[in-house]
Design a protein around this ligand. Structure first.
Ligand code: 6PG
Length: 469
């Protein structure tokens, strides 16, 4: 019997997704360039193997599928996707659908979707979040491309997606690159969420002298409150873990140099290009970059000899919780601000509340708070998530904590760049008259760029007579 869908690329994520699809009752044909991987995959699939057709060639894969065909690509982002599309095209009919479920740069997806449209063919760029576990048992799925093409495969994506209550965390985000853009911003927020947690851990470890097990206890407790989320939960778990080799806490034997595949950086780049500041995300990307300069930091430590100092312990754990809460709200406000800017720029009409709904389960940034964000953004036009009444209330209660943690960190020489960026953003956004009047005066002084006055419309120049550059 012909298979419902095909999948190319049986790496960790592809294999997990294929098993998930088979488990939900769909017949799937799979192909991997290295045939032995395909053979092992089917051999390990157990009972699900009966729903899986292993294919040794792309021709065999194409022949195994129901028409019009739908084929998921789970190959590494970038050139491998273009190469695979080039291999597939001669084998496919015009109405066959290619679906890129990798972490593609959305600009690539826009280009590939346009090329497909020129051929008269559909193309979907679909963001899938949740790591291996999510792909296997229920990821969050962000679809982008022609709506009719999404509707063709939506039953499969909705069946395999995570569920929040009874609602599947899979939806169409908009045309061409919308799905991959939303996934990119998800990852940018993921970077900031993780970095702010790491900064709070830094205060606990270096400012309060807490052990990993003490840290674990605090995160476990926080996971029962307003911070409840997957990342807080796993932070408790990794803090509790013991290294089987040395018997030391796992955290103490891991090098403090972070990897990254690029999605956080893309988010920061797009934010800058769109003029939609995502400073907490930018700080998180920079923090990862700085973390990898291990020997340079060691040299700095030698030259300055400024070790961390203790922070005042009294009430600090509660302040740290408040700081994470406030930082998180500011960071999500930036993420949604970026999504709104892209939506406008690219004419996508992104569903803001719908995005929050899809992120409620399955994905890495899933949290209790996302349900409230969905409600806030579906209740009417929101200028800025921080201003939605229930988030404004939470910020009013938690901003002092954020302020105290950032200042305690600064005084104790413990870096908190993402928390500080979130605080700077919050402070800027509640300041009606900022200091850009100074910038405008300077610009006019050296470049005659002109400025607007507070009292008279139109462009004006200052009385700098004779002093201009
Ligand atoms: C997800 C994750 C996933 C992955 C990223 C981040 O949503 O499932 O974001 O896409 O973990 O590749 O990786 P880096 O931290 O290496 O950039």
């Amino acid at each position: 019997m012909a298979a419902d869908i095909g999948l190319i690329g049986l790496g960790t994520m592809g294999a997990a997704l294929a098993l998930n699809i088979a488990e939900k009752g769909f017949d799937i044909a799979v192909f991997n360039r290295t045939t032995s991987v395909t053979e092992k995959f089917v051999a390990d699939a157990g009972d699900l193997g009966s729903r899986i057709t292993p294919c040794e060639t792309l021709e065999a894969l194409v022949a195994a599928l129901k028409t019009p065909r739908a084929i998921i690509l789970m190959v590494p982002a970038g050139a491998p996707v273009d190469e695979m599309i080039d291999h597939l095209l001669p084998l496919l009919d015009t109405d066959d659908l290619i679906i890129d479920c990798g972490n593609a740069n959305f600009h690539d997806t826009v280009r590939r979707a346009a090329a497909a449209a020129e051929r008269g063919s559909p193309y979907l760029g679909v963001g899938v979040s949740g790591g291996e576990e999510g792909a296997r048992h229920g990821p969050a799925i962000m679809g982008g491309g022609p709506k009719e093409a999404w509707d063709r495969v939506a039953p499969i994506f909705k069946a395999i997606a995570a569920r929040f209550g009874s609602s599947p965390c899979a939806d169409w985000m908009g045309p061409d690159g919308a799905g991959h853009f939303v996934k990119t911003v998800h990852n940018g927020i993921e970077y900031a969420d993780m970095e702010m947690i790491a900064e709070v851990y830094g205060i606990m470890r270096d400012g309060l002298g807490m052990t990993p097990l003490q840290v674990a206890d605090v995160f476990d407790r926080w996971n029962g409150g307003p911070l409840k989320s997957y990342l807080i939960e796993i932070t408790g778990m990794v803090s509790r873990a013991i290294d089987p080799k040395t018997g030391q806490p796992m955290l103490d034997v891991i090098k403090d140099s972070a990897g990254q595949k690029g999605t956080g950086r893309w988010t920061a780049i797009e934010a800058l290009m769109l003029g939609a500041p995502a400073t907490a995300i930018e700080a998180a990307v920079a923090a990862r970059n700085l973390s990898s300069r291990v020997s340079e930091r060691a040299e700095g430590a030698r030259i300055f000899d400024l070790p961390a100092k203790p922070v005042p312990a009294e009430g600090m754990i509660d302040r740290l919780e408040a700081a994470l809460l406030a930082g998180k709200i500011a960071c999500y406000a930036q993420g949604f601000g970026l999504l709104a800017a892209a939506s406008k720029e690219y004419g996508w009409s992104l569903p803001m509340g719908g995005i929050a709904r899809v992120w409620r389960a399955g994905c890495i940034i899933r949290s209790a708070m996302l349900d409230d964000m969905a409600t806030a953004m579906e209740g009417g036009e929101v200028t800025n998530l921080m201003f939605a009444p229930q988030f404004a209330d939470r910020l009013k209660r938690s901003e002092t904590g954020l302020r105290e943690v950032v200042s305690a960190g600064a005084l104790a020489r413990i870096p908190t760049p993402a928390l500080a960026a979130a605080l700077g953003y919050f402070d800027t956004m509640h300041t009606a008259r900022g200091t850009a009047n100074m910038l405008q005066a300077q610009r006019d002084f050296f470049g005659a760029h002109g400025f607007e006055r507070v009292d008279t419309p139109g462009a004006h120049h200052g009385p700098w007579g004779g002093h201009e550059a």
